[in-house]
Design a binder for this molecule. Structure first.
Ligand code: IFM
Length: 470
């Protein structure tokens, strides 16, 4: 296990957040629910992908996950005990429209019960409409590479907001479309496991179109609701800032990871340099009249998922290998810097979160920002006395909260922070091998053991920050 020491000096010693700051925890349907055939749920691309030999570590699947579908009432009670202000979860599209077509009322019933439980517990429901579990039937009709999928998403959003729109105040359309497009359709490391760069680029545009069409459906159904989207954003630095090729690679990677998503949504246009970089893969050919009006329609907030930064060189190295998800920056390398790492092998560089939030604040039209995910996997275990001593996770969260607070102190309109994740869960291609939770899950028994970080985070939420803690 690596050791996390953040090297940034806290810029603001007191570290109290604004009084109405929202403290939350995140999960996603496929990662926690289990019960993949219950109550009419159809198969998703992740069910199909898990069935492929070698696709997921240990051959793990969406069963049992954290059995949240059946244990939802006690999980909500646990959140209440911790003092969570908001629960960010996702709805499984294949529960709601199992084959992408007809609505399955029983699937919606589950989310209605969840939302009602949360409201009774005084916890704000914060649903995401798409966190990677496309109905397999839609993949068989082309998946996100097909434009029609964006319209099916709008149909699905309609069914959800019809049922829950009177109780949910804030909607997120997509979680991390970069992953859906490039991991799903370029490197094939995620479902649906395709390795077709042109399809990945088409998927980007169709996911963004789905976001725009879905936002319009939300606006029509519930004019008072707030709508947003969540991107995984990465500060990008050149390994050698004096090296022109490294700087050029950094520009490309920043374009493909960040600006490809931020600019159309927040400025209503794709960046010229990214259009050029992706021209060989047909990005420009995907765009039809009116698409960018939908995609760039005004939003109420932006969700930022921050885990790490990217340090790039123009030469692939032995460690990073050929980065096949980097369509348009195929020669990028990601050299190691000797920073501490989490169990995912991701560098810990909390201080970069300050710069990322400041960049969003200064370079894009001002929107309330929320850190909708931040967290770390470590090789946690329950000690003989029943305690999970995850001190590295506490250090990780603390360092990131200090970095977030430094941005707030410099005027950034950051309104909330959600830890990823409430529970240990199915970490996609890594299966159950990686544990991100504040709460340890023993999968065979489904026993929940709040880790030391859970009680630490509960105190932070109660104190509205780290004030007085150091
Ligand atoms: O588990 C994922 C989540 O589904 C999306 N954001 C990153 C997390 C950790 O990899």
């Amino acid at each position: 296990m690596s050791t996390v020491h953040d090297r940034t000096e806290p810029e603001v010693p007191e570290c109290a957040f604004p009084p109405d700051f929202l403290w939350g925890v995140s999960t996603a349907a496929f990662q926690v629910e289990g019960s993949v055939t219950a109550d009419g749920r159809g198969p998703s691309i992740w069910d199909a992908f898990c069935a492929r030999p070698g696709a997921v570590v240990n051959g793990d699947t969406g069963e049992p996950a954290a059995d949240h579908y059946r244990r939802m009432p006690s999980d909500v009670a646990l959140m209440r005990e911790l003092g969570v202000g908001a629960y960010r979860f996702s709805l499984a599209w294949p529960r709601v429209r199992p084959d992408g077509g007809a609505v399955n009322p029983a699937g919606l019933d589950f989310y209605e019960r969840l939302v009602d439980r949360l409201l009774e517990a005084g916890i704000t429901p914060w649903p995401t409409l798409y966190h990677w579990d496309l109905p397999q039937a839609l993949e068989e009709r082309g998946g996100w590479a097909a434009r029609a999928t964006a319209h099916r998403f709008a149909d699905y959003v309609g069914a959800v907001v019809d049922r829950l729109g009177d109780r949910v105040g804030t909607w997120t359309t997509l979680n991390e479309p970069w992953c859906s497009a490039f991991l799903g359709y370029a490197s094939g490391r995620h479902a649906p496991g395709r390795t077709e760069p042109r399809a990945a680029v088409a998927a980007v545009h169709h996911l963004l179109l789905a976001h725009g069409l879905g936002t319009a459906v939300i606006r029509d159904a519930v004019p008072t609701a707030r709508a947003g989207v969540t991107f995984n954003l990465f500060p990008v630095t050149a390994a050698d800032p004096a090296d022109e090729a490294d700087r050029e690679t950094a520009r490309r990677v920043d374009g493909l990871q960040n600006r490809l998503f931020l600019d159309p949504v927040l400025r209503g246009r794709y960046p010229d340099d990214v259009l050029t970089d992706l021209a060989p893969y047909g990005l420009g050919e995907m765009i039809r009249d009116g698409d960018l009006d939908h995609i760039g329609a005004p939003l109420d907030l932006l969700g930022v998922n921050y885990y790490r930064d990217l340090h790039v060189s123009s030469v692939p190295d032995a460690d990073s290998g050929p980065p096949s998800e980097w369509v348009g920056a195929e020669h990028a390398g990601f050299p190691k810097r000797g920073l501490p790492q989490t169990d995912m092998g991701w560098d810990v560089n909390a201080g970069e979160l300050t710069g990322l939030l400041l960049r969003l604040h200064t370079e894009y039209p001002r929107l309330p920002l929320y850190v909708t995910e931040n967290g770390a996997a470590f090789a946690d275990h329950v000690d003989g006395d029943g305690v999970v001593r995850d001190t590295e996770r506490i250090a990780f969260i603390e360092a990131h909260l200090r970095a977030a607070h430094a941005a707030v102190a410099r005027g950034v309109d950051l309104r909330g922070y959600f830890y990823w994740s409430l529970l240990d869960n199915f970490e996609w291609a890594e299966g159950y091998a990686k544990r991100f939770g504040l709460v340890h899950v023993d999968y065979p028994t489904q026993r929940r053991t709040p880790k030391a970080s859970a009680s630490w985070y509960a105190r932070v939420m109660a104190d509205n920050g780290l004030a007085g803690r150091r």
